[in-house]
Ligand binder design. Sequence first.
Ligand code: AMP
Ligand code: TRP
Length: 329
Amino acid sequence: MKKVIFSGIAPSGTIQIGNYLGAIKQWIKIQESGEFRTIFCVVDEHAITIPQDPEKLRAKIMEVATLYLATGINPEKSLIFIQSHVSDHAELNWILNTITPLGELQRMTQFKDKSQKQKSILAGLLNYPTLMAADILLYQTDLVPVGEDQLQHIELTRMLAKKFNAQFGETFTVPEPMINKTGARIMGLDNPEHKMSKSAENPNNYIALLDPPEIIRKKIKVAVTDSSSEIKYDKEKKPAVSNLLAIYGLFAEKTIEEIEKKYQGKGYSEFKKDLAEVIVEGLAPLQARYKELEKNPDAVMAILKKGAEKAKETASQTMSEVRQKIGFI
Ligand code: AMP
Ligand code: TRP
């Protein structure tokens, strides 16, 4: 049997190049290897752990699903669906909540960060990692390709799988994280101390996958740099330039050394000008595909519906077993 890969992105904010380099690009590689059963989900139930405007949310769900397809997730090779279309996610979330220690949820870094920004902290935000565990465990997932920031959530998922198995008998596969080393943490263009984020308030923090060329050029132009003018990778002393070098390398498929060599003795402005073009070119094919797909939302919807039907087949098997094991009739 092929090993199962599961991952997802919440349709909140604007999908940015950190999501692409840290997560989606790796998903496509895994899909193309043909070695795995690949499942990619638009996790709308996670999006509502932060208050969302319903109309905007609806548009975002479609945008993320369309971006999945535009970046190369192929419905012939991978399952792609919307989380809320498979109600088993919510049901397993509930059951897992009953074995999740409150303290574990309270100590999650992402919860602490996100709750600080909210006027009132809602229970759904606290329970976010349990829902994520439900997503993963429903499909008997072996590997979860995500960015580094999600490691703590995967650790919790592993703990819950083991705890459930120990308490009720062998039921869930215990998943492993799969981290893409180079693109694991793309930092904000406005501040290299914090990761690039699709929910950043300052749009100069990120480059969205759908940013037009003029915007990309403008954002790179104003991206912060470090004090000395050398183009050199040094995460400690030159965090901003190191981040730009990493982005350059990932888009141009060049090593950091190659790029450093190319810009030896040259200044930031030339480096930045080229970097902008590398990103513009890197995103052009997927932007063109997005424009095509966007014209036919019904076709995208049909793919998502079919994906949900298929996902339900596996999810409902897991759920029957879970209900039986915990003593439901
Ligand atoms: P999020 O935007 O937090 O919903 O994350 C969706 C996926 O993209 C997760 O796998 C994250 O780990 C990954 N990701 C988000 N931001 C970055 C970033 N700045 N660098 C690398 N990966 C990221
Ligand atoms: N929490 C993840 C993130 O912010 C998104 C997510 C939800 C996810 N469910 C998942 C990722 C299951 C991998 C597997 O990136």
